[in-house]
Design a protein around this ligand. Structure first.
Ligand code: ADP
Ligand code: TYD
Length: 211
């Protein structure tokens, strides 16, 4: 898809489960008065697909099927929520986006990065302007995540070794996209992390306004 004439700004948060990304996405959206959305989900149809993905047995879907389901959800989210926000000139903050598929399905669950990239190019074709990867020790993050008992723990149930592979994947992603990805230390008090992120986001937005 060709990107539309965009006036808005698309900011994403990424990281392993329990890293603190939702907390930080919420805090930044509030501080900027931005729209807040999430993946999998973020539109009515995508939220329905989310339930198929986050509930049930870990072995319920193969990595290949997951790529298709996450991309289907993302396409609906893009059409119904993200592009309309960008077209009206809004700042929109998403708790996860395509980098999660690159790392979870493309690297950590299976080595399927090429297929992830093909499908992304064909069906999504949009990259965030700015991405914050919250980097948190997997053992700390896993305890935080499971403590929630949300019933949405299909991926957390894959265990600590999987979370360590994910962290490696997100660190590699930060090296792959140094222009847009900012690595944020997640083992700090939530308010310290939030001010760090707000400073970086505001500098980025000011740069765009003047550039
Ligand atoms: P994620 O979206 O990455 O899974 P959340 O933001 O939902 O993470 O946080 C997971 C849990 O950890 C929540 O209970 C949240 O209140 C808590 N939490 C978030 N950030 C921190 C932090 N910096 N220090 C300690 N606990 C945190
Ligand atoms: P999320 O609700 O962000 O979970 P958490 O708050 O625990 O981080 O995402 C649900 C799960 O889906 C999470 O384990 C990450 C996974 N996921 C993928 O595997 N691929 C993707 O493309 C996306 C968006 C999420």
């Amino acid at each position: 898809m060709t990107a539309p004439a965009r006036r808005g700004v698309f900011i994403t948060f990424e990281g392993i489960d329990g890293s603190g990304k939702s907390t930080q996405a919420r805090a930044l959206a509030e501080r900027l008065g931005a729209a807040l959305t999430r993946e999998p989900g973020g539109s009515e149809g995508a939220e329905e697909i989310r339930r198929l993905l986050v509930e049930g047995e870990a072995a319920r879907w193969s990595a290949e099927t997951e790529i298709l389901l996450f991309t289907a959800a993302r396409r609906d989210h893009l059409e119904k929520t993200i592009l309309p926000a960008l077209e009206r000139g809004a700042v929109i903050v998403s708790d996860r986006f395509a980098d999660s598929t690159r790392v979870y399905q493309g690297a950590a669950r299976a080595a399927l990065r090429e297929k992830v990239d093909l499908l992304h190019a064909a069906m999504i074709g949009l990259e965030p302007d700015l991405t914050f990867v919250i980097d948190t020790d997997p053992d700390v993050a896993l305890r935080r995540g499971l403590a929630r008992h949300s019933g949405e723990d299909r991926f957390e149930s894959l265990g600590a070794a999987f979370q360590h592979r994910l962290r490696t994947g997100f660190l590699a992603l930060a090296r792959e996209y140094p222009q847009r990805v900012r690595l944020i230390a997640g083992d700090r008090a939530p308010d310290d992390i939030a001010s760090d992120i707000a400073t970086q986001a505001q500098a980025f937005l000011a740069g765009r306004a003047h550039g």
